[in-house]
Design a protein around this ligand. Structure first.
Ligand code: HEC
Ligand code: HEC
Ligand code: HEC
Ligand code: HEC
Ligand code: HEC
Ligand code: HEC
Ligand code: HEC
Ligand code: HEC
Ligand code: HEC
Ligand code: HEC
Length: 271
């Protein structure tokens, strides 16, 4: 009987070779999309991702320029994060509850949760020894404090400025109590907003506190942006539509190509 390969064997071998070949060819690190369809309330938008990625000239000495649009990407990040994970439609309760799960990378937390505070030696002794203050400029008189003691003995720690103490009718939180006394002479430091906190507290960059892996613990005192900025998240991080419009149209205006005029909505939003 003549020995021959059955068609099945040949196909199997061929598939094996192709498979091995595909396995060995390195896949791109980032699986960047070719084009993206946005189906949205303004009408669907087709975004030619690959063509756009090729349009932007890389900085000297580099192969590509993904960071011009993916502004969150440090060089080390394997894969950019979808814009919508950060630029939510609204920064509401639902966003607060679910957003941390959208990030596969602890470092991403630090793009928004970027600062925390720790106490520092702010010059307690100098205030009465050099600046000539009396104890009761900050401490209560005997009616409350028999002799000066730590404010935190009576004023609750762990409550963000401007928030009520956990127990109803209790004295103001430690933050509000201390700040109110300091403010009477240091209004300028509080007027400086987020930057002013650093004149009495040491600031720590969150990125230096993040573990490489595992659960991130942020200090709950500082997860609310308004604690330092006095402004809500909406005023600090553009929402989803503004983020897209901002990035797409700012570039088009700058290079004088692609739609950006108020009359050109239809060139992106096809109906
Ligand atoms: C350069 C392209 C481009 C232009 C020009 C443009 N848009 Fe958009 N628009 C987008 C993209 C991209 C999105 C985001 C889609 C998404 O969120 O899924 C969007 C989203 C929207 C949304 C949806 C908001 C939502 O919550 O779903 C509306 C409404 C909108 N645009 C209106 C307009 C209007 C009005 C104009 C003209 C003044 C305009 N757009 C011009 C690209 C464009
Ligand atoms: C002109 C702007 C622009 C440039 C340049 C660009 N991208 Fe993007 N990219 C986008 C936008 C916009 C999205 C859509 C993100 C979304 O829908 O949330 C995207 C999405 C992606 C995604 C999918 C993310 C996801 O999981 O949904 C990957 C991966 C990606 N880009 C990789 C790259 C790489 C790699 C480069 C550089 C070679 C690059 N991009 C250059 C604008 C750009
Ligand atoms: C990891 C979180 C994160 C991701 C992912 C992200 N952004 Fe942002 N983006 C921010 C934060 C935080 C700000 C406000 C702080 C600032 O201005 O840097 C911002 C600011 C912006 C602004 C206004 C400032 C500017 O650069 O002109 C635009 C526009 C914008 N983002 C568009 C985008 C688009 C489009 C994408 C996706 C391609 C994207 N962002 C992805 C966090 C993110
Ligand atoms: C795009 C910016 C952004 C990124 C990135 C981000 N957050 Fe947030 N986070 C917010 C905003 C905005 C709030 C609400 C703050 C407010 O109310 O002012 C918040 C609130 C929180 C809160 C408090 C929730 C509550 O119930 O009050 C925690 C905890 C938190 N984030 C953890 C994380 C962790 C962990 C990561 C990374 C895995 C992360 N966040 C990444 C913007 C971000
Ligand atoms: C400028 C405001 C201010 C003045 C003036 C001041 N204190 Fe204090 N004192 C504080 C604050 C705030 C604390 C809480 C600890 C901290 O923040 O350093 C404190 C804490 C203390 C404590 C507790 C220290 C500890 O480690 O538990 C003692 C004791 C004390 N003060 C005594 C005095 C005496 C005595 C005087 C007057 C000679 C005085 N203080 C003047 C603001 C002041
Ligand atoms: C022994 C307990 C105790 C200590 C210690 C204490 N407080 Fe108070 N504090 C109270 C009580 C009780 C009230 C509420 C009194 C009232 O409503 O009249 C109060 C109220 C306040 C208020 C708001 C009312 C006002 O006086 O304007 C401020 C501000 C304040 N404390 C600052 C401080 C500071 C700063 C320290 C430390 C330097 C401190 N307290 C230490 C018990 C204490
Ligand atoms: C003039 C100096 C000063 C400035 C400016 C200042 N703080 Fe404080 N802050 C203090 C002092 C003093 C305390 C009490 C510290 C203690 O006894 O541990 C305090 C307490 C706090 C606490 C309570 C910490 C706890 O453990 O409960 C928070 C939160 C806080 N400050 C946040 C801020 C923020 C946010 C800013 C800027 C917007 C700011 N502070 C600006 C002096 C200042
Ligand atoms: C009665 C007025 C008064 C009060 C109340 C007061 N300070 Fe001061 N503080 C001064 C004076 C005066 C100086 C020295 C001159 C200057 O730098 O403004 C000073 C300086 C400082 C400095 C700079 C210190 C240095 O070493 O250069 C810090 C930080 C400070 N104060 C923190 C605080 C804190 C925190 C509180 C509240 C617990 C507070 N002050 C309350 C009057 C006050
Ligand atoms: C512990 C205090 C603190 C908290 C909490 C905080 N920030 Fe900031 N933020 C700062 C300081 C300080 C600066 C100025 C940094 C500088 O100049 O280097 C800043 C700068 C910024 C900027 C740059 C624009 C500007 O106004 O200079 C943005 C955007 C921003 N923060 C967004 C956020 C968002 C969003 C959150 C909440 C998720 C947040 N921050 C929470 C302290 C804080
Ligand atoms: C970094 C600059 C840059 C950004 C960011 C950018 N574009 Fe463009 N876009 C261009 C340039 C340059 C052209 C002209 C291309 C040409 O003439 O070949 C263009 C052309 C276009 C056109 C015209 C049709 C076409 O394909 O030629 C559309 C639609 C478009 N862009 C959509 C978008 C959308 C949607 C976004 C945001 C998600 C975006 N672009 C972001 C640079 C940019």
């Amino acid at each position: 009987m003549q020995k021959r390969f059955s068609p099945m064997t040949i196909i199997a071998l061929a598939l094996g070779v192709v498979g091995a070949g595909l396995y060995l060819v390195p896949t791109p690190r980032d699986d960047a999309p070719r084009r993206i369809l946005y189906d949205n309330a303004g009408g669907p938008v087709v975004f030619e991702h690959a063509r756009h990625a090729a349009l932007v000239a890389p900085p000297p000495g580099q192969e590509r320029n993904c960071a011009s649009c993916h502004h969150e990407s440090p060089a080390a990040r394997e894969k950019p994060i979808p814009c919508g994970s950060c630029h939510g439609a609204a920064f509401d309760e639902n966003f607060k509850k679910t957003h941390a799960a959208a990030f596969n990378d602890n470092n991403a937390c630090a793009t928004c949760h970027h600062q925390e505070l720790t106490p520092k030696q702010w010059g307690h002794e100098r205030h009465y020894e050099e600046f000539g203050l009396s104890c009761t400029d900050c401490h209560h008189d005997e009616s409350i404090e028999a002799s000066p003691q730590n404010c935190a003995d009576c004023h609750e720690r762990g409550v963000a400025p401007g928030r009520q103490p956990r127990e109803k009718g209790a004295p103001p939180s430690l933050a509000d109590a201390a700040h109110q006394k300091c403010r009477s002479c240091h209004e300028d430091l509080f007027a400086a907003g987020a930057r002013g906190c650093a004149s009495c507290h040491t600031t720590v960059k969150v990125r230096y506190r993040l573990p490489r892996e595992g659960l991130v613990r942020l200090d709950p005192l500082y997860t609310d942006c308004a604690v330092c900025h006095g402004k809500s998240a909406q005023k600090l991080i553009p929402g989803r539509m503004d983020a897209f419009h901002g990035q797409c149209m700012t570039c088009h205006r700058k290079v004088g190509k692609g739609p950006f005029e108020k009359t050109q909505c239809g060139q992106c939003h096809t109906k």
